[in-house]
Design a protein around this ligand. Structure first.
Ligand code: SF4
Length: 311
């Protein structure tokens, strides 16, 4: 992973939930079925429900081979990025290829909106962890938060996730993003809890704004309030990032080490690092400046900006 010509893979990054994760991004930036108000990647520029081979499967597999043949010390390969990975018609082929040739855990972060389609569900069967999101269980809240493609129907989406849970042999974590003022009323939480009980996930994760969302009006929620909301979902176990219990799940490496391990494999700009490590640009810049002084890193300038690499 010492070159900087990767097109589809990124990281490895320290994921709060999954440990050291090699990301795989197989749809073009902001190609998605939704346009969520809280999306940290900005507005959806290509809203679609049409599955296709957005990037060549052979190219993704060749890049994965190049990386995985070096047996990198990663915990998981995660299909995620800045769009909806199940829009790629070849995701199943790529997952199956990794499973047949390497021994890594595979996770898929999806918005779950296409799981009502049998072929989409079957493409994910060989993953180990699937994390679909469901931010609303009423049409009103769904439209306000997720601003879906007009072809999508919420009822079908909930049924699709539930059907997938029945068929899938791995771990299914249902992620719910709380947008205060929209999906945190008693009525909305009751509807979400009913949907969660119907889906029957292994766990629920309650998320909240941590980095700037697409719309500035989206507010965060404090952990104590989320702990109250968690009661709606009982007896399903609920994880809340930021709580002491959740931190126990985290693999905590000092930020300096995480930066070094990333740029050792892939030279990155401050913005790349800040994004992948979920940190502030300024903080990352300060750490890199210190490392420059210590002679641990160097940089080179390219059209996209200043890239740092380990010496
Ligand atoms: S589903 Fe994910 S990528 Fe798509 S708009 Fe919502 S948060 Fe962003």
């Amino acid at each position: 992973m010492s070159n900087h010509t990767l097109q589809y893979c990124f990281g490895p990054v320290q994921s709060r939930r999954l440990g050291v994760s090699l990301g795989v991004d197989i749809v073009p930036h902001k190609t998605c079925t939704l346009n969520c108000v809280y999306c940290e990647c900005g507005k959806t520029t290509h809203i679609t429900t049409k599955a296709q081979e957005y990037v060549p499967v052979a190219g993704v597999i060749a890049e994965l081979d190049k990386i995985l043949s070096q047996q990198p010390a990663i915990d998981v390969i995660t299909f995620s990025g800045s769009g909806e990975p199940t829009l790629h018609s070849g995701i199943g082929t790529i997952i199956d290829y990794i499973k047949s040739n390497y021994r890594y855990t595979i996770a898929v972060l999806t918005n779950g909106t296409l799981l009502w389609q049998k072929d989409v569900r079957s493409r994910l069967y060989n993953a180990d962890i699937v994390i679909p999101s469901l931010d609303a269980a009423t049409e009103h809240a769904f439209k306000k938060i997720c601003r879906p493609s007009p072809e999508l129907q919420l009822e079908k989406i909930i049924e699709g996730i539930a059907q997938f849970k029945k068929e899938f042999k791995g771990l299914l974590i249902l992620e719910i993003f709380i947008v205060p003022g929209i999906n945190n009323t008693t009525e909305e939480l009751n509807a979400l809890a009913d949907a969660a009980h119907f889906i029957n996930p292994d766990r629920v994760q309650l998320n909240y704004l941590d980095r700037p969302g697409t719309e500035k009006w989206v507010q965060s929620v404090d952990v104590k309030t989320l702990q109250q909301y968690a009661l709606y979902f009982a007896p399903i176990p609920v994880d809340i990032p930021g709580t002491p219990e959740y931190r126990l799940l985290e693999l905590r490496l000092p930020l300096e080490e995480m930066i070094l391990s990333t740029i050792e494999r892939r030279p990155s700009t401050v913005e790349d690092l800040a994004y992948s490590l979920s940190k502030d640009n300024l903080l990352v810049q300060q750490i890199l400046d210190e490392m420059l002084k210590q002679g641990v890193v160097e940089y080179f300038d390219e059209a996209r900006g200043r890239f740092y690499k380990k010496i």
